[in-house]
Design a binder for this molecule. Structure first.
Ligand SMILES: Cc1cc2nc3c(=O)[nH]c(=O)nc-3n(C[C@H](O)[C@H](O)[C@H](O)COP(=O)(O)OP(=O)(O)OC[C@H]3O[C@@H](n4cnc5c(N)ncnc54)[C@H](O)[C@@H]3O)c2cc1C
Length: 192
């Protein structure tokens, strides 16, 4: 399988970006060990938008490695998506999917990457209970509920989700070896 790894780690304020770099490296090693062909983009090192469109056209699966910032995607990763997906009009997506005959239906069905996948690998300081418990901060919506607009942006270009990985408590109770081991297990289950 051809897999594009996107590292959205960034040093900013109290975030060092190192945990994301570490998990990105775990994915590189593990997926190569499993025999997959891997390309990587490290957003902080810069990228060519046209090359990224080609990477999306090349990949069977795209893995996004990123921290949770203010309840969602860091602006650098959002900018990457805005730039690359917009450039991909005509190759990543044909249109918004609607027809003039029935303009209220099928919005979001114009993606051209049908049959391909993406996966989120996330780092958050929040504990998992904040996502899953009905009486906790995210009202029981779960991690994928919190990332609903992000998931929809991927579906818009035709991609389908693979199971999300999240490392929790990464500042308050950091345990990098635990997170690395859990991510390796997750990758082997999804891509093995
Ligand atoms: C603007 C902003 C908004 C934020 N908003 C939220 C939010 O809404 N919700 C939330 O839960 N969190 C939030 N955070 C926290 C953020 O999610 C975490 O800081 C981030 O996930 C940590 O990832 P990192 O790669 O920056 O880790 P780092 O800060 O680099 O590392 C985290 C810990 O792991 C250790 N570590 C990392 N790599 C290694 C290694 N290889 N070996 C040994 N130890 C290592 C570090 O020493 C540190 O103790 C926010 C942070 C910022 C800056």
């Amino acid at each position: 399988m051809k897999i594009l790894l996107i590292n959205g780690g960034k040093a900013f304020a109290h975030s060092g970006g190192e945990l994301n770099n570490t998990l990105h490296a775990v994915a590189l090693d593990t997926l190569k060990e499993l025999g997959h062909e891997v390309r990587e983009t490290v957003i902080e090192q810069g990228y060519e938008v046209a090359t990224e469109v080609q990477n999306f056209l090349w990949a069977d699966s795209i893995v996004y490695q990123m921290p949770g910032w203010w309840m969602g995607t860091p602006w650098t990763v959002k900018r990457y998506i805005d730039e690359v997906f917009t450039e991909g009009h005509g190759s990543l997506y044909a249109s918004d999917g609607r027809t003039r005959q029935d303009p209220t239906k099928h919005y979001g069905s114009g993606g051209l990457l049908q049959g391909r996948h993406y996966m989120l690998s996330l780092t958050w300081n929040a504990p998992i209970e904040a996502f899953n418990e009905p009486d906790n901060f995210f009202e029981g919506r779960g991690v994928d509920g919190v990332y609903f607009p992000f998931h929809k942006s991927q579906e818009f270009i035709g991609l389908a989700a693979q199971p999300t990985f999240i490392a929790n408590d990464v500042m308050k109770v950091p345990d990098v070896e635990r997170d690395k081991a859990a991510y390796r297990t997750h990758l082997r289950r999804v891509f093995g």
